[in-house]
Design a protein around this ligand. Structure first.
Ligand code: ADP
Ligand code: MG
Length: 239
């Protein structure tokens, strides 16, 4: 499999707190990789390093074969979706979707085309003229996904995008995200602490604990052949 993202010996500390420890991870092109681990294990920190929102303490990050370790976030060719919707409240949904593209200096017609295409895929066309305050949680999260989608990025980073939603909506959007990936074949790193989300979405799951990856394998393999007692208990394998 062709590699999309390669992370080599990555470490990150906040002062004396060592959060990521000599971490290695390869993600294949078009792969849906889920980072699964309990709260505080370093999932968001890892995602933020890949996105370029945090400076690493050591190691390298490659995207599409290019060393992006010291590149600006906007140069890395990624789309990111956060847990809290992070939409601009004063702008309409359409404004939110087009904002980054305007800043990047894309022609108006191209912006319109990308926004309309994303809105169609996510079924938020009727919402483009509304402001975030007038949307439900699910609609907001769709809009946030739309904002990543319009960037036409090869790589998407999702940080617990569904954790603020109720169970029914979470299940619906889970299916939609899976379908979206099957349509776009983009490389996806999806962070969650939810085992079911990980099992249903992932091509491979990376189980994280204390800033390290304990096991990286298909959902099936992790469930049936957990590498340790911790993994078995975390994933709920029969013992
Ligand atoms: P997760 O996303 O898996 O819940 P995080 O990556 O957010 O975990 O956090 C990992 C650890 O790093 C936690 O102990 C957290 O308290 C700490 N941490 C995260 N961000 C910062 C920061 N900006 N400054 C100091 N410590 C932080
Ligand atoms: Mg987090």
């Amino acid at each position: 499999m062709e590699t999309s993202i390669a992370i080599n010996n990555l470490s990150l500390s906040f002062g004396n707190l060592e959060v990521l420890k000599d971490l290695n991870l390869d993600v294949g092109k078009g792969e849906f990789l889920v980072l699964l681990g309990s709260s505080g294990c370093g999932k968001s920190t890892l995602l933020n390093c890949i996105a370029g929102l945090l400076d690493v303490t050591g190691g390298q990050i490659f995207i599409g074969g290019r060393n992006v370790t010291w590149e600006e976030p906007s140069q890395r060719g990624i789309g990111m979706v956060f847990q809290s919707y992070a939409l601009y409240p004063q702008m309409t949904v359409g404004g939110n979707l087009s904002f980054g593209l305007k800043n990047a200096g894309l022609p108006k017609a191209e912006i319109e085309e990308r926004v309309n295409r994303a809105a169609k895929i996510l079924q938020i066309e009727p919402l483009l003229k509304r402001k975030p305050a007038a949307l439900s949680g699910g609609q907001r999260q769709r809009a946030a996904i739309g904002r990543a989608l319009v960037r036409d990025a090869d790589v998407f980073l999702f940080d617990e995008p569904l954790s603020n939603l109720d169970a029914k909506l979470r299940a619906d959007l889970r299916v939609e995200i899976k379908q979206l990936h099957q349509k776009l074949h983009n490389t996806m790193i999806y962070v969650t602490h939810d085992q079911i989300e990980a099992m249903t979405l992932a091509d491979r799951i990376a189980i994280m604990r204390g800033g390290r990856i304990l096991q990286l394998a298909s959902p099936n393999e992790i469930y049936n052949r957990p590498a340790s007692k911790y993994v078995a208990e975390f994933i709920g394998s029969p013992t």
